[in-house]
Design a protein around this ligand. Structure first.
Ligand SMILES: [Mg+2]
Length: 386
């Protein structure tokens, strides 16, 4: 089998009317980089990468093929045409070499853009491998089970949102069957956040798991103070508590000071970043995002390291891809999902065929590859092809 074309499509949705805020960052808009890898045997692999920094979005909210999207066509595609798409390790190494070859900084893409473009390509190669083997990827990677526990990420800050709005939101997740909810904290004072989380705990009762995500909003001392105040609320994990500049040693100091397990990893770009979080950061939950960086080939190596450190996986974002990894492996703990179409139109609109989430469980499909079909109407309406 040979690769005949590599085609990026940037899909973007209009800006939100009322932006969602994490502790420090505004989420004003959603987009996804879809990459189709075509072969001479008619199999087309679907890959995806996400993250607003990957492509230019103009002030009307329309994304353009740039950043990771143009990295796919201008830089990766010439390396891939004519190659056998089943040789994912060799092709991964060939692409990764771009990030440290002589003159790498002159090739017209940042390392992060190369790794994001690689993620989408590598994910498409695994789709091809599954389709060629007539096997779902979750089974190809290990087939540990065909269902995965899921949680919902919500509790964002929004203009005008009250604690009553927050508790109503969380009760609505429970009513739709979710038994685990992650809330954003770190955007207001520690005391106000403790009040928010306390109100949610009282609203949903003791049987619903609550996680909290600081999105790197605290310094170490504030993180430890917040963790201790949150401990009585039975928090399943405390995510990314510490500012970006101290995300290994500072994280370890927080981990040592609280009984709440620490989660991190969505910012890690490679297995080496992940290794440092595992061996020195004191994390108990690994959240590597292989749709943001480096793809399935890399997350499998990280999952193996995690298994040896008694760390479970709760991979970040893009459940239609990460669900397969979590189903494949014994240390797949729980999958992040965004059931609200208002917050995540990708899950709601990008696919005409994808798995369903019922009662906090995703049941993987018994279809080859990712088992996904792209919604052609959405691609037509929202997509820009490179
Ligand atoms: Mg997070």
């Amino acid at each position: 089998m040979k690769i005949t074309d590599v085609e990026p499509i940037v899909v973007s949705w209009p800006p939100f009317e009322n932006s969602f805020w994490t502790s420090l960052n505004r989420i004003g808009q959603v987009s996804e980089l879809v990459v189709l890898v075509h072969t001479d045997e008619g199999i087309i692999g679907i890959g995806e990468a996400h993250g607003g920094s990957m492509h230019y979005i103009d002030n009307t909210g329309v994304a353009h093929i740039s950043g990771a999207g143009s990295t796919v066509t201008d830089i990766l595609k010439p390396l891939l045409i004519g190659e056998n798409p089943l040789d994912n390790e060799r092709l991964w190494s060939k692409m990764f070499g771009l990030t440290y070859q002589k003159g790498w900084s002159q090739i017209g893409a940042t390392r992060q853009q190369i790794l994001a473009a690689m993620a989408a390509v590598d994910i498409a190669l695994w789709d091809i491998k599954g389709k060629a083997a007539n096997m779902p990827v979750w089974r190809l990677l290990g087939g540990y089970r065909n269902t995965v526990p899921c949680y919902v990420t919500g509790g964002y800050y929004q203009d005008g949102k009250t604690i009553d709005d927050l508790t109503a939101e969380c009760k609505s997740y429970v009513e739709t069957g979710y038994n685990a909810i992650k809330l954003k904290i770190g955007g207001v004072s520690v005391e106000e956040d403790v009040d928010r989380v306390t109100a949610v705990r009282e609203a949903v009762g003791p049987d619903i798991d609550i996680m909290v995500d600081v999105n790197e909003g605290y310094d170490v001392r504030t993180a430890i103070r917040a963790a201790r105040l949150l401990e009585p609320l039975d928090i399943r994990w405390l995510e990314e508590p510490v500012h970006w500049y101290d995300r290994i040693e500072g994280l370890r100091q927080v981990a040592d000071a609280t009984t709440i397990p620490i989660a991190s990893g969505e910012q890690a770009l490679t297995r080496w970043d992940a290794r440092d979080l595992l061996t020195r950061g004191g994390i108990k939950i690994m959240q590597f995002d292989c749709t943001r960086s480096a793809g399935i080939t890399e997350v499998l190596k990280i999952a193996g390291m995690c298994a040896a450190q008694n760390v479970n996986l709760a991979l970040h974002h893009d459940p239609q891809v990460h669900g397969h990894v979590m189903a494949a492996l014994p240390n797949g703990e729980i999958l992040e999902t965004f059931p609200s179409a208002a917050r995540d139109p990708i899950w709601a609109e990008l696919f005409s065929v994808r798995p369903e989430i019922v009662n906090s469980q995703m049941t993987l499909l018994d279809r080859p590859g990712w088992g996904l079909e792209l919604n052609e109407d959405t691609l037509e309406k929202r997509g820009v092809r490179g």
